[in-house]
Ligand binder design. Sequence first.
Ligand code: BGC
Length: 401
Amino acid sequence: MAPSYVIVIGMKIRKWISIPLCFLLLFLSACASAGEQAAGQGEEETWNAPDEDYLAKLSQQDQDKEGPREETKRVGVAMPTKTSERWINDGMNIKAKLETLGYEVDLQYADDDIDLQVSQIESMIRNGVNCLVIASIDSTRLTEVLSQARDNGIAVIAYDRLLMDTDAVSYYATFDNKAVGTLIGGYIEDKLDLKKASAEGRSYTIEFFMGSPDDNNAVFLYNGVMEVLKPYLKDKTLICRSGLTSFEDTCILRWSEDTAEQMCTQLLNEYYPTGDLDIACSAFDGFAYGILKAWQKKGFSMEDHPLITGQDAEKPAIKNIAEGKMDMTIYKDTRVLASKCVTMVQALLENGEPEINDTTQYHNNVLTVPSYLCEPVVIDGDNYEEILIGGGYYTKEQLFQ
Ligand code: BGC
């Protein structure tokens, strides 16, 4: 539709022309006027300056042509805890990436307190977020609040940890959790050359420190570890004196460092009083710190510490590795995870295309959630500088200040 001020200018010019040529153009002018009236456009014959509001609206329309200027969309990001460094990095990365894209972000940490996480999510829903990104504490305890989100038309993305027992989850961004386990198991196998040990009839002692029973990732990791190590337990190349090898017997609630320390102290007291534990197969850097504390408190030499594994490539873990106190960890680049998660947010809020590379593995007891599995990487004394410092994940100063 032609803006009205253009029509008014046209009429003004026509009015000026019509004076000297009045007789000749009278007929034509009348026809034009009749035509305009027929089109419903000839209401005004006076010059009016275009009003400010109208110009503002036009300029807004011009800006709109450059890109949509809708109301800012809001994303609620619920993280489990700040006690472990990785979640701090995850939160920062997601927030930064979403804000760069123009989203408003409400980032909350729940101190590993399930009720607090539920109330944080409830308040995000009340505040009208458009999308929720959730790394749960207990993956089965959010079903009610997730139903609320669904009923309010709010899309949900499970971040790192799968949300169980609900249909109110659209996508899952995580690392290949089983691969984390096979990498840990594979590291132990290679480092101690278990194949050769098995052939030669030699054996190593081992104890397991597995993840939280309320975290689906922990079971995947355990299965990965056992896929590699079970044959060696069977043929007694690996000897677990405590006999605690099942997931149920070795899982540690809420990934607690303190519980890992207590568990390790108990195992050392009971089964390894002389410090002859060869391998502490730990599923988390935090457990490794607890194991090291237990070892030191027993007065055992650091020279003879067991092979200790971990997960997350936290700064203290890398420092331990560099100092030879711990052997390996699993690096999960939270920048990559955040990017994949952001493609899912965009898919849900802007009809974009999410990046998905797995549609079979992650069934949450209600549905198989379309997932993106990022690749975990083994870090040890030989490669931490190249991968972590070279890759810009940490600076040397951050690690060794
Ligand atoms: C994550 C791990 C992390 C653990 C403890 C798991 O869900 O996948 O990366 O080590 O939680 O925070």
